[in-house]
Design a protein around this ligand. Structure first.
Ligand SMILES: Nc1ncnc2c1ncn2[C@@H]1O[C@H](COP(=O)(O)OP(=O)(O)OP(=O)(O)O)[C@@H](O)[C@H]1O
Length: 594
């Protein structure tokens, strides 16, 4: 059973070792990554050549008034300049090959994992959390692989090389520069940490706002009909105001940071000029040496200033790796056992629940306990029970949306856990009460589980579900359904979902109150057509309405997680007071069955 907390405490996050998770994704692109780092490194070194050339120009041709002597130096500076530009292009090109492909692979792995993770995992995680991992965390990693990580390495090497050159040029001044970089690095690191924390708060608040927009758009009908637009706006506005103040705080920190970063080099440059001029006066340093020194110092600035920022980026990327890792490492509790082979399953098949128990992860008592139910091939059993008695849970066990926690469910004598998931889900078809349709064409929605279904199969399924209205849609079966099928009525969506389930006449059909959104007239038409499908398949039908119960050969009464009675509808009506009471709660029913 999977009981890991969904969000580990922040203290556990952000370890740089988390970045090592990226190794398997980086491996296929290591050539491109090496090229990215090498071109960035060479470009940085090419940049260093220019101050050294200037130093020689000042001390050589300029001091001697030798104009012709300038030409080789100018040529050399040009070569290094062009090389730097070319290397810049190579870096960007190689970086795109490595980081964008790595991001794509990681994105695919994450999406695949989300598809394979059990329903119990999705019960615990909000879609907002999954979304932020699949989008912003993914971009953070791409930025680090393509930029932050590369320049962290390159800038550290550049710093070391430049400081060595400064020390070689004139060591007392070189040492002074080295000492002044220490407080700058410390301040940079400290403020970047603060900036990072503030950025995180801004991101979280942006996520909150996005969730608010999503919820209020999805629930717009409820909000409007309750007349709560003002209240919803006030809540949104409070969050927007908070976001603005967090953003302002972030901008203030950044402004202060850059103020120090801009101020520091000016002071250091002044120190260099004073110290350097004195050294030139005593002959310890040439004029060219001083000019080269200042130019080298300028090259040093960006690598020093960027270290804090790049380390913060590394920290963010490590935290993103951890957050994505939480999903990639989440256990696949519902998966094929190794070496499973498809088994023989007839059509229709026998469906049995044998002493089945089920407890939701984290719950302290079972929802189902000792459930025994045997559906003969071709039989239809209606599952009736009070709300919350466990009907939906029981139906979810057939297609392994959840695995039983006790007992077993078998199809033609084979434990559903011993059938490959692909086979199980082609044998068992399910229509849920909440008919989810996707933003794709009607045909794609219908054939989602059976992509090989032919036109005749589709027409037959549409007829059974009384969903032939689709032919009147603007592009017929090719009509794209709006976001979540919202452009269709509840009853239309339910009929399409039913057609999807009955398509191809599955061996076992599970219907969770499939007709609840239909008007009485459509319901009786669907029922009439459904009878012919039910005759050829084994069906477990969750029923709230009398008319749905009448579709079944037998009825099973579920009470507090146990099957307490099984028999024909009239037997139960006559012999089981609880069944009578349950049906009598519906006045329409009491009229129909008393
Ligand atoms: N994902 C879940 N996690 C934890 N508990 C759940 C979950 N889904 C349902 N339950 C609990 O399990 C019990 C049975 O729920 P279930 O949806 O199976 O009942 P039902 O008989 O289908 O109800 P209804 O007729 O209202 O649809 C309820 O107490 C419910 O709160």
């Amino acid at each position: 059973m999977d009981t890991d907390p969904p969000h580990p405490p922040p203290a556990e996050r952000g370890r740089l070792s988390a970045l090592l998770r990226l190794r398997p994704y980086a491996r296929p692109y290591r050539g491109w990554l090496v090229l990215t780092v090498a071109s960035a490194m060479l470009a940085s070194l090419a940049q260093l050549a220019v101050p050294l050339i200037i130093q020689r120009v000042v001390d050589g041709p300029l001091a001697d008034g030798d104009r012709a002597g300038l030409i080789p130096y100018v040529g050399l500076a040009l070569v290094f300049g062009v090389a730097e530009a070319a290397l810049f292009f190579v870096r960007r090109w190689a970086m795109n090959h490595s980081s964008l492909r790595l991001e794509r692979d990681l994105r695919d792995a994450l999406y695949q994992r989300l598809q394979r993770l059990p329903v119990s995992f999705h019960d615990r995680w909000s879609s907002g959390q999954l979304l932020s991992r699949a989008t912003s965390d993914m971009s953070t990693i791409r930025r680090f692989v393509g930029f932050g990580g590369v320049f962290l390495l390159v800038n550290l090497v550049t710093c070391a090389v430049v400081l060595a050159l400064l020390l070689l040029t004139y060591w007392p001044l070189g040492l002074a520069v080295l000492l002044t970089t220490v407080p700058l690095t410390v301040v940079g690191l400290r403020w970047e940490k603060r900036y990072n924390a503030e950025s995180r708060l801004v991101q979280d608040e942006q996520g909150e706002l996005a969730t608010d927009v999503e919820e209020s758009v999805q629930g717009i009908r409820v909000v409007k009909s309750l007349g709560r637009s003002g209240l919803v706006f006030d809540r949104y506005d409070r969050k927007a105001v908070r976001l603005r103040s967090l953003q302002l705080q972030k901008v203030r920190t950044l402004a202060l940071l850059w103020c120090v970063f801009e101020f520091h080099p000016q002071v250091t440059r002044a120190l260099i000029l004073v110290g350097g001029s004195l050294a030139v006066g005593t002959g310890a340093l040439t004029v060219g040496g001083l000019v080269g020194f200042v130019a080298l110092f300028t090259v040093l600035l960006w690598p020093i200033l960027s270290i804090g920022f790049l380390l913060a980026q590394a920290q963010e990327a490590a935290s993103a790796c951890d957050r994505i890792g939480e999903l990639l490492d989440a256990p696949l509790t519902v998966a094929d056992r190794p070496g499973l082979e498809p088994a023989d399953v007839g059509s229709p098949a026998r469906l049995r629940f044998e002493d089945v128990g089920f407890t939701y992860p984290g719950a302290d008592r079972p929802v189902l306990d000792g459930v025994d139910l045997d559906l003969a091939p071709g039989e239809t059993v209606a599952l009736v029970g009070a709300t919350g008695s466990g009907k939906t849970t029981l139906t979810a066990l057939v297609g392994r949306l959840y695995d039983v926690t006790a007992g077993r469910v078998t199809v033609d004598g084979v434990d559903v856990r011993d059938l490959p998931l692909a086979q199980l889900r082609s044998v068992v078809a399910v229509a849920f009460e909440d008919a989810t349709l996707f933003s794709m064409s009607v045909r794609e929605n219908l054939t989602l589980g059976r992509p090989d279904a032919g036109d005749d199969d589709v027409d037959e399924a549409l007829r059974v579900a009384q969903a032939e209205f689709v032919h009147d849609l603007p592009w017929g079966l090719a009509t794209r359904i709006g976001e979540q099928g919202l452009s269709l009525s509840g009853g239309q969506r339910q009929r399409l979902a039913l057609a999807r389930a009955v398509l191809g006449r599955p061996s076992v059909l599970v219907l969770d109150d499939p007709l609840s959104a239909l008007d009485v007239h459509t319901e009786s038409l669907v029922e009439a057509a459904l009878r012919s499908v039910l005759a050829g398949t084994t069906a477990l039908v969750v029923a709230h309405r009398p008319s749905t119960v009448l579709l079944a050969d037998r009825v099973a009464l579920l009470q507090e997680g146990r099957i307490t009675a099984v028999g024909t509808h009239s037997e139960l009506l006559a012999e089981v007071p609880a069944y009578r009471d349950l049906l009598a709660q519906d006045s329409e029913l009491s009229g129909a069955f008393s």
